[in-house]
Design a protein around this ligand. Structure first.
Ligand code: 4AD
Length: 450
């Protein structure tokens, strides 16, 4: 007999079926035992003679054969999708045993401290509310890919071991690559630009690495970057148009297909209004001054509290929980960023903020070979380290730009999670590679020929 899923049992009343899953709960009522059996589609009530399930405890994995019965009207459970039926067990087989569970990790509102939640990830991932976080993440990735394909972008795989630092700064992981110097990629930036020479518009979904020197609620050491790069742009604003389309498609996809997941978290997708407002960074600082009295007008970047305030402004003024902030100072952006010809101290760049946090960064790139070479030097790098990448421009690349969305940050903002670590099944940060680093022994590193 073929296994059927719990959700399918509602179409099989009166029939004998075989189901498999984990014991979610067990309730003993004298000679009868009620088991809620959990599989990937949800719960099913099993009614058994106690003799059939004598030693069976929570999280045991079972295979059960029996007859699907309709429940009497007053016994229907509206909380579960199979609530109109139950399975009268005739045969129960144990597929795997479980040790006694250490705490109630299936609780509806699992109120654990983050380190405990992560220390017990193999268990806590089974909780429906936790599991739903990763369903949302999967939908976001799929929706990004779908919009990219609809817009005729070509996908590619970007390498993660790289010889040069794309985004600048010291936050890179060094790799001892056959005793040569290499890095874990901070972004697929240089490779997506190279790919434009053949495909005109490209995307990639890839892990990237940032050796963040501190622990915050919004930084991971490894995260998923959803990257797009587009050539033959008429204006850098085309980039924001495409980014807006991706985000709007993403949120409508979640609204259409993830109501269950959104409602477990008691959230709605962020409002994006008719058109997401676009505002220059210096104007943002002026608005912040007027609204809060905080004068950050000389600061080269927005502070986290400024990002929250401007999102609040966008919601009140434009009915949008998203806002594009544009024209960041040239000094603060990587070497490849195109300066604004009207005001070269600022760039043709943007961040997209959502509910108070940056979720996307993008902008136009320098596509002129001589200007790019000069900028690499100006940023303190040696051009020989970028000669491979520079071929792209040496042999002609049209005006272009692109952007990258941080997957986990989008999940965090959509679900109102407190910490971006909750949005990754297996987060990496200064304190953890699955296990807490403080509990692991430090390795003595061999001296490499650097
Ligand atoms: O702002 P970032 O560093 O920009 C780039 O990587 C550029 N290559 C993008 C481009 O195409 N111009 O990172 C892009 C996005 C951020 O907006 C943020 O959402 C996310 O990646 N991000 C992080 N997410 C989690 N942890 C971190 N440490 C992150 N750093 C950036």
């Amino acid at each position: 007999m073929e296994r059927i899923l719990n959700i399918e049992t509602i179409k099989h009343t009166g029939e004998k079926v075989r189901v498999c899953g984990w014991v979610n709960t067990r309730r003993d009522h004298g000679k009868l035992v009620f088991i809620d059996l959990r599989d990937r589609t949800g719960l099913l009530q099993i009614v058994c003679q106690s003799a059939l399930v004598k030693d069976i405890k929570e999280e045991y994995v079972l295979q059960i054969k029996g007859i699907i019965k309709e429940r009497p009207e007053n016994m229907v459970n509206k909380e579960i999708e199979t609530g109109k039926v139950e399975l009268q067990a005739e045969n129960v087989e144990i597929l795997a045993k479980s040790s006694p569970i250490p705490f109630d990790f299936m609780a509806e509102d699992l109120n654990l401290k983050l380190p405990t939640l992560l220390d017990y990830r193999p268990l806590t991932i089974r909780n429906p509310k936790i599991k739903s976080i990763f369903k949302i993440g999967e939908h976001i990735t799929n929706s990004f890919r779908k919009t990219m394909k609809d817009l005729d972008f070509t996908g590619f795989e970007s390498p993660n071991i790289v010889p040069a630092v794309a985004e600048g700064g010291a936050d890179v992981f060094h790799v001892d690559y056959y005793n040569y110097n290499a890095y874990l990629a901070q972004s697929p930036q240089l490779y997506k630009q190279i790919m434009l020479g053949a495909f005109e518009r490209v995307f990639t979904i890839t892990h990237v690495y940032r050796a963040e020197p501190s622990i915050t609620t919004r930084h991971l050491a490894e995260y998923t970057s959803l990257d797009a790069e587009i050539s033959f742009i008429d204006s850098w604003e085309n980039l924001m148009d495409i980014c807006e389309k991706i985000i709007k498609n993403m949120f409508s996809d979640l609204e259409e297909n993830c109501q269950k997941e959104l409602s477990i978290h008691k959230v709605k997708v962020p409002l994006s209004g008719k058109k997401i407002p676009r505002i220059k960074m210096r104007e943002v600082q002026q608005i912040i001054l007027e609204r809060t009295g905080r004068d950050n007008r000389k600061e080269p970047d927005l502070q986290p509290e400024d990002e929250q305030e401007i999102c609040q402004w966008a919601k009140e003024k434009h009915g949008s929980e998203l806002v594009f902030v544009t024209h960041y100072p040239t000094k603060k952006r990587p070497f490849y960023t195109h300066a604004d010809p009207k005001d070269p101290d600022y760039t043709l760049s943007f961040d997209l903020l959502c509910r108070g946090l940056e979720i996307v960064t993008g902008g136009q790139r320098i596509n002129d070979y001589d200007k790019l070479t000069a900028n690499i030097k100006k940023w303190g790098n040696e051009t020989k380290n970028f000669s491979f990448y520079l071929q792209t421009f040496k042999y002609g690349l049209p005006p272009e730009g692109g952007f990258a969305l941080g997957l986990e940050r989008i999940v965090k903002q959509v679900l109102n999670l407190k910490n971006v670590r909750e949005a990754v099944p297996f987060p990496r940060d200064m304190e953890r590679i699955d296990q807490r680093l403080s509990t692991l022994q430090k390795k003595k590193t061999k001296k490499s020929k650097r």
